[in-house]
Design a protein around this ligand. Structure first.
Ligand code: ARG
Ligand code: ZN
Length: 476
């Protein structure tokens, strides 16, 4: 599913996309490219088709880590295709393209590329249904030196960034091809299977097993589609604004359980506060999952997943504000390229500032200033430019903290009225799609009527501590 590009704002993106396509087009006519041309992850995503919907239907046995089933991909070809790639790391039993058996093989050099050759070449602009049948033990699959599928005491998690799909469903794994999802997972009766969106049905068809059916109806990036299996305590309610909320708590949280609940159960209140700054919440459901199985938090669409470590010191609504800030910045408006990560992390960290301001625990100006003053100019922190940090520094503290200081420096430069108009216009224009940093700079300049190149050049792209702080004061 590709975003509609609006006239004006889209000019820059269209130019960039054209350059990317011409340098990454498939070498052989009719072969879909093995990547979309992302500078940080050349194999991420694929060329030649555009996915509208994934239908994932699996059975998972936590005791053995055996995952099996089918994924059906509904897509439209964007070129003539004699073959195309899917991003997938498990062993495949069969592939059908428009119901006809297709040939398939793993790329010998890259274990996450599955090459599919349909019985007959596909024409351009044609609807295509691809059904992949597979089974495997995902925790044994290593791609690019890591395993996104984590086994826990009583289940497993498919939660990671920039990649997690390869371990459980075949996809076009890049945030520029978002799609809607039906995720159906059958697990033993004593387990829950949690995913994005709304729990549309729980059903039984054989003794000992329960099938959990989830539906996510807004365009969703592949890495934000998650699965959490375990003996979760599930709490369901309706938010004051009428959205279904579903939260899940790992029983292994132990003494941290109440701190997790005191944070995650307040998601609707946090979202309401952020709506005041960002405009309407973009999705149909809310919630969170607290797990002992990961060491970070991730903004999975409609239902973020949180490491228990965030709740070890008591309640933590700051992380709830961060992950829910991502529902606007990252999930609704997704990255055009992974090098644009500032558009996710800088703004999600700024959402923490806004929540603090809303709660009377310090203004964004105070928080940004404290961050700026706390890190000496000779600290390595200032050597990572958040506007293009490099794949190895994608989640460096600079992307988050210097990224949020950058957002505040913009607010200082243009004033509150223009600043919040920029944020809301951006989110409204790019909703459901993807975007790049130059487009944001362009919009900020058009709305403020100011020349902002120097501000962004200094804060996002230049190594070293900016001489002018986030509140406009020169300290040296
Ligand atoms: N986007 C996540 C967050 O800001 C960070 C994920 C970091 N990924 C990782 N594998 N450690 O909350
Ligand atoms: Zn984040």
């Amino acid at each position: 599913m590709r975003a509609r590009t609006r006239a004006g704002v889209g000019l820059m993106a269209t130019g960039l996309a054209t350059v990317m396509l011409s340098t990454t087009a498939a070498a052989t006519p009719g072969h879909g490219a093995p990547g979309v041309g992302d500078p940080y992850y050349p194999g991420a995503g694929n060329g030649g088709y555009d996915v509208a919907h994934y239908d994932i239907r699996l059975t998972y046995q936590p005791e053995t880590d055996l995952l099996s089933g089918t994924t059906t991909i509904l897509a439209t070809t964007t070129q003539q295709l004699s073959r195309f790639n899917l991003d997938f790391g498990l062993d495949v039993d069969s592939v059908r393209v428009n119901n006809a058996p297709a040939r398939f093989r793993a790329d010998g050099k890259d274990p996450s590329e599955l090459i599919v050759t349909p019985a007959r070449p596909l024409a351009a602009n044609q609807f295509v249904a691809v059904t992949v049948r597979y089974s495997g033990t995902p925790s044994e699959v290593e791609i690019d030196g890591y395993t996104a599928w984590k086994r826990t005491n009583d289940g497993a998690l498919a939660v990671d960034e920039p990649q997690s799909a390869e371990w459980w469903y075949p996809s076009n794994d890049h945030p520029t091809d978002k799609a809607t999802f039906d995720v159906s997972v059958e697990v033993p009766d004593d387990s829950a299977a949690i995913s994005n969106g709304t729990l549309v049905r729980k059903s039984k068809q054989r003794a000992g097993w329960t099938r959990w059916n989830w539906r996510s109806t807004q365009p969703q990036a592949t890495y934000l589609t998650f699965l959490a299996v375990g003996a979760f305590e599930v709490s369901q309610s309706t938010t004051p604004s009428g959205l279904p909320m579903l939260n899940a708590y790992d029983p292994a949280l132990g003494a941290d359980l109440y701190a997790a609940k005191a944070s995650i159960e307040r998601t609707p209140e946090v979202v309401e506060a952020l709506e005041h700054y960002f405009g309407p919440y973009p999705f149909e459901a809310q919630g969170g999952v607290a797990s002992t199985g990961i060491g970070f938090a991730l903004e999975n669409q409609t239902r973020s997943v949180y490491s228990d470590k965030f709740f070890r010191g008591g309640s933590n609504t700051s992380v709830v504000a961060h992950e829910n800030g991502h529902q606007w910045f990252g999930d609704s408006v997704s990255l055009g390229r992974w090098s644009d990560i500032w558009l996710n992390e800088g703004f999600a960290t700024y959402a923490e500032f806004l929540w603090s301001e809303d709660q009377g625990e310090g203004t964004a100006a105070e928080l940004a200033q404290y961050m700026y003053d706390s890190v000496p100019a000779d600290d390595d922190f200032w050597q990572v430019p958040p506007g293009d940090p490099g794949a190895e520094n994608q989640f460096d503290a600079a992307v988050y903290d210097r990224g949020a200081m950058t957002v505040h420096a913009l607010r200082t430069a243009v004033g509150d009225d223009a600043f919040f108009t920029i944020l809301r216009t951006w989110l409204e224009q790019k909703k459901g799609g993807d975007a790049r940093i130059p487009e944001f700079v362009d919009l900020a300049e058009r709305i403020s009527g100011q020349q902002l190149d120097e501000l962004f050049q200094t804060w996002l792209f230049t190594r070293g501590k900016p001489e002018v702080g986030p509140n406009g004061e020169t300290t040296r």
